[in-house]
Design a binder for this molecule. Structure first.
Ligand code: SF4
Length: 216
C-alpha cells in the first residue's frame, strides 16, 4: 500500500466514507444536556463504561446542575453519588476542582475552546476535544482508546501517543470533518474493530486496512 501523504489522505477519506455509511448516527454515548454535564460525564468515564456513567449522572446533575453548585459541594457527597464509576475519591476531587476553576478562573462562564479547557485541573486534550467538538462546533479529533487502536491498525497513525495521533489525524482530515471522523472511528472500534477479536470478516473497510493480524 502506497504510504505517500496524498495516498494516505485519499485512503483516510475512503475509510471515512465507508464508516459514515455504516455508522450514520455515530455520536457520544454519554448523556448530557450542557457543556458542563458533558465535561463531568467525560471525566467520570475514565476507566469506566459509558453505561455506568449514565447510570449516576441523572442524580448527580440534579443535585449539582452547574459549576457553582458542584464547587460548593463536599467531596464525600459527590463521592457517594459517583461511587459506581470507580476511583470515586479521585474523581470527586476532579469534579470539584474543575468546577472551582470554572468559577474562579473563568468567572463562572464555561470555557469554550480546547486551549481554555485544558487549563482546567486534570482536563487533558481528549476531554477538552470532546467538549469543544460536541458542544461548540470546534474541529476536534478525540483520541480515546478506540480511536487510538483503530487508527493504529489502519496505519493512519504510526504513534501510540494520543497527542501525536491527534496531530497526525488532523493532518489527514479537513477541519469540517474532524469531529464526525472521530465519532465513526470510535464506533468502528466499539462495534467491529474490537480490541481482542476484531470482526474483520464483517468489516466494511477490510480492503482499506493493512493490519497484518486481520482475522479472516
Ligand atoms: S479489517 Fe479488521 S483490523 Fe482492519 S479495521 Fe477492519 S476489523 Fe479492524
Amino acid at each position: 500500500m502506497n504510504s505517500s501523504k496524498d495516498e494516505k489522505k485519499k485512503r483516510a477519506y475512503r475509510i471515512f466514507g465507508a464508516l459514515k455509511l455504516k455508522y450514520p448516527d455515530a455520536k457520544p454515548l454519554l448523556h448530557y444536556s450542557s457543556p458542563f454535564e458533558l465535561l463531568i460525564a467525560t471525566i467520570l468515564a475514565a476507566q469506566c463504561t459509558d453505561e455506568r456513567v449514565n447510570g449516576v449522572t441523572p442524580h448527580l446533575f440534579k443535585k449539582y446542575p452547574d459549576p457553582a453548585h458542584m464547587a460548593a459541594a463536599e467531596h464525600q457527597d459527590i463521592g457517594s453519588i459517583i461511587k459506581p464509576t470507580g476511583f470515586f475519591k479521585n474523581k470527586a476531587k476532579s469534579l470539584k476542582g474543575v468546577s472551582e476553576a470554572i468559577e474562579k478562573k473563568f468567572g463562572g462562564k464555561f470555557p469554550e475552546t480546547v486551549q481554555d479547557l485544558i487549563t482546567l485541573p486534570g482536563v487533558g486534550r481528549k476531554t477538552a476535544n470532546v467538549v469543544a467538538g460536541n458542544c461548540f462546533g470546534a474541529p476536534a479529533i478525540m483520541v480515546d482508546t478506540h480511536v487510538r487502536r483503530v487508527s493504529g491498525r489502519l496505519k493512519l497513525s504510526e504513534s501510540n501517543n494520543p497527542d501525536k495521533i491527534e496531530a497526525e489525524l488532523k493532518d489527514l482530515i479537513l477541519e469540517k470533518d474532524q469531529t464526525r471522523f472521530s465519532h465513526v472511528l470510535n464506533f468502528h472500534g466499539r462495534y467491529t474493530c474490537q480490541a481482542r477479536r476484531p470482526l474483520c470478516m464483517k468489516c466494511s473497510i477490510e480492503n482499506l486496512c493493512p493490519y497484518p493480524e486481520k482475522i479472516l
